[in-house]
Design a protein around this ligand. Structure first.
Ligand code: PGA
Length: 241
């Protein structure tokens, strides 16, 4: 049985005060959320501690947006697995396209970060996806298969979530057609040794397209950027029909 996983990715948004304000406006909506849905917020490092303290008793789970492969060391600007687990973090996004595009993340570093996350008991959310140019050049399939081959070397598929995020659909309002996302996610599943790995769709998910996306048989959840910043909108997403 595949899990349903609905995650918000706040990227570099919200101070501690803003995060607490969101929490107050959001948690009550979870009373309506069916039990089997896993709800995660992946927030900036600076708000993890405060949110963690204030989330007690809620079914909301906490995620980070990156993790380094070493436990400690001279790596200015990085955060390690033990630093995250100490704060009650359970999930971590790895290999988001913005990390790959703007911060030099490669398949090799993504692979190292995935293994480090698992070593510390964190569940990584691995992001894969093609650019517009790759899609137009009919390279979507080969690109994604290539990413999975390199990223998943020696990674435990029993503690893993994958997010299919076509880069051209991120933050653009240009959602990938639900049936097409379903097709690519089916292809991703064929590359895995564990067919039960939850695979999410990400890229301009909104309250008005969530029902159609979640109606697709291969799609096990969503990774939501912009629309996870506002309590009522994200509530509508996690309470999809
Ligand atoms: P978006 O971002 O929902 O704002 O398109 C998704 C993501 O980058 O995970």
């Amino acid at each position: 049985m595949r899990k349903i996983v609905l995650a918000g990715n706040w990227k570099m948004y919200k101070t501690q005060a803003e995060a607490l304000e969101f929490l107050q406006g959001f948690v009550n909506h979870l009373d309506e959320t069916p039990e089997e849905r896993e709800i995660i917020l992946c927030v900036p490092f600076t708000t993890l501690g405060n949110l963690s303290k204030n989330m007690h008793g809620s079914r909301l789970r906490l995620g980070a947006q990156n993790v380094h492969w070493e436990d400690a060391g001279a790596y200015t600007g990085e955060i390690s697995g033990p630093m995250l687990t100490e704060l009650g973090v359970r999930y971590v996004i790895v290999g988001h396209s913005e990390r790959r595009q703007f911060f030099g993340e490669t398949d090799e570093t993504v692979n190292r970060r995935l293994k480090a996350a698992q070593k510390h008991g964190l569940t990584p959310i691995l992001c894969v996806g093609e650019t517009k140019q790759q899609r137009d050049g009919w390279e979507t399939e080969t690109h994604i298969i290539g990413q999975l081959e390199k990223d998943l070397v020696d990674v435990d598929q029993n503690n893993l979530i994958i997010a299919y995020e076509p880069i051209w659909a991120i933050g653009t309002g240009d959602t990938c057609e639900a049936k097409e996302a379903n097709r690519v996610i089916g292809l991703i599943r064929q590359q895995l040794s564990n067919a039960d790995v939850p695979i999410q769709y990400g890229g301009s998910v909104k309250p008005d397209n969530i029902d159609e996306i979640m109606a697709q048989p291969e799609i096990d959840g969503v990774l939501v950027g912009g629309a996870s910043l506002e309590p009522a909108g994200f509530a509508r997403i996690v309470n999809y029909k």
